[in-house]
Design a protein around this ligand. Structure first.
Ligand SMILES: *[C@@H]1O[C@H](CO)[C@@H](O)[C@H](O)[C@H]1NC(C)=O
Ligand SMILES: *[C@@H]1O[C@H](CO)[C@@H](O)[C@H](O)[C@H]1NC(C)=O
Length: 188
């Protein structure tokens, strides 16, 4: 979408979920193309939290479940289509993943400010960070420039996401396979 940005900012960033990152991301990725992005996301998250105190946990979980299945690519946000059955209705997500409407509302505001610029997975990644930070959790810097997937797989979500019915050793192994550790198991 914005390949020339890679030439301007050839930095490779490391972050909280760095193991999910395959491309070259950048803290300043949208600085010139969508300078108010963080403010828009923060306002949207704040209004969602003001209405629903569960929302920070829900947004962090939505981000985690997006990233855990084939990387942070927004695939969890995709509805089923005639050509694929996606992640939304996989067992670990059906009737438990929340916050889709919060991301939709923020995306609508981002589109008004900067049309066709910011990926949905970057919005979800920022929203999770803002949600935790605004509720006095830790702050982490977020590299940006992720691309959205055009497809999603229910089977991949069922296979890859940890389940509460698995033994801890299996859950931990799944986290380790994504470059995460036991602390991440506890947090997430
Ligand atoms: C407020 O939160 C409730 C769930 O707790 C939800 O059903 C409702 O749509 C939310 N309202 C707004 C304006 O976001
Ligand atoms: C746990 O992992 C082992 C080894 O990969 C596997 O054989 C077993 O079926 C897993 N258990 C569950 C409940 O998923």
């Amino acid at each position: 979408m914005k390949n020339h940005m890679f030439l301007t900012y050839p930095l490779i960033c490391f972050l909280f979920l760095s193991s999910f990152v395959y491309g070259q991301l950048d803290y300043k990725y949208y600085d010139t193309t969508c300078p108010n992005l963080i403010k828009i996301v923060r306002n949207g998250v704040w209004s969602a939290i003001s209405n629903d105190t569960r929302m920070p946990a829900s947004l962090l979980r939505l981000h985690f479940h997006d990233c855990f299945v084939n990387g942070c690519d927004g695939s969890i946000l995709l509805d089923d289509t005639s050509t694929f059955t996606g992640e939304k209705n996989a067992f670990p997500n059906r009737n438990s993943a929340r916050g889709y409407e919060v991301i939709d509302a923020i995306k609508a505001n981002v589109e008004k400010a900067c049309p066709s610029t910011v990926s949905c997975t970057d919005i979800l990644t920022l929203a999770a960070r803002e949600a935790i930070y605004l509720t006095r959790g830790p702050f982490w810097s977020v590299c940006l420039g992720r691309r959205d997937s055009l497809t999603a797989s229910q089977n991949a979500a069922n296979d890859q996401l940890p389940s509460p019915f698995e033994p801890l050793v299996n859950i931990t192994a799944k986290f380790v396979s994504k470059g995460l550790d036991v602390k991440d198991v506890v947090v997430l």
